[in-house]
Design a protein around this ligand. Structure first.
Ligand SMILES: CC(C)(COP(=O)(O)OP(=O)(O)OC[C@H]1O[C@@H](n2cnc3c(N)ncnc32)[C@H](O)[C@@H]1OP(=O)(O)O)[C@@H](O)C(=O)NCCC(=O)NCCS
Length: 232
């Protein structure tokens, strides 16, 4: 558990099975798909990644009878070929609680969680929340590939097999990260080669071809997608 100001705490879901149902509901409410499928994916959380984390609001000492309630959720996965990086996805705050600083708390607690485990960079992708992440210190970045769920029986050495990346097309078992929570590793093609730097004069970040308004990258459905990262 990570220490947080106020009465918030960030806990790994696999250590708190009592939160599984509520997390599944939170994700299903935001992104659809059945609660049962969400539940199945959440049940695969582990310390070996992907790890699902729940932001909890615990009662103030003056309200000892209130149980802790779920505020938000985030999932962390390993990044192929970048052993000191994690990929952040399925970032969500309960609808009724948005706009009160919990999203920032969720992301900052996630940074502390990752840093405490020796990671020094967070990556993510988003369709429309690039301004939110930029506000929290994320900058435009190149696309990365995440390491999907692996069998618990898979030896650590096997992870080396995912430590690709000479070329993004050469890594069959590795999937392209998506900004919404996939229920299972999606069979999405690797990112396309980066186009030449934009010449529109709207200030794309150097080398990424991205600006807060424009991205040269597209997801599997052809929608613009923004890739970002933050050194932590
Ligand atoms: C994105 C989300 C997690 C933000 O949570 P939140 O609790 O509303 O955000 P906060 O209130 O903590 O906002 C933190 C800061 O970001 C800013 N911010 C929030 N949303 C923003 C946005 N869309 N664009 C720019 N800034 C934003 C806030 O003004 C605030 O600034 P401050 O800390 O300097 O006052 C929440 O809106 C959400 O769950 N959305 C639906 C799921 C989703 O889209 N997730 C992202 C997938 S990539």
């Amino acid at each position: 558990m990570s220490p947080l100001p106020e009465e918030l705490s960030l806990v790994p879901l696999h250590q708190h099975p009592e939160l599984l149902e509520a997390c599944a509901e939170l994700l299903a409410e935001e992104w659809g798909k059945s609660r049962a499928l969400r539940l199945h994916a959440l049940q695969r959380s582990s310390d070996a990644f992907p790890t699902c984390l729940a932001l909890l609001r615990t009662p103030a000492p003056t309200e000892p009878t209130c149980p802790p309630s779920l505020v938000g959720h985030v999932r962390l996965s390993r990044v192929a070929g970048q052993p000191s990086s994690l990929f952040v996805e399925s970032v969500v705050v309960a609808r009724a609680l948005r706009g009160r600083g919990y999203g920032r708390q969720l992301m900052e607690a996630t940074e502390r969680y990752a840093r405490a485990r020796g990671f020094c960079c967070l990556h993510l992708s988003t369709h429309d929340k690039q301004q939110f992440y930029a506000h929290l210190g994320f900058v435009p970045a190149e696309p990365v590939q995440i390491v999907p769920f692996l069998s618990p029986a898979m030896p650590a050495a096997a992870l080396q097999a995912f430590a690709v990346p000479s070329s993004p097309t050469a890594a069959a078992p590795v999937v392209l990260a998506a900004p919404q929570p996939p229920l299972s590793p999606p069979a999405v093609p690797p990112p396309p080669p980066l186009p030449p730097p934009s010449r529109t004069g709207r200030g794309p970040a150097e080398g990424t071809g991205q600006s807060p308004q424009e991205s040269p990258h597209r997801d599997a459905r052809g929608l613009p997608i923004f890739w970002m990262k933050k050194d932590i």
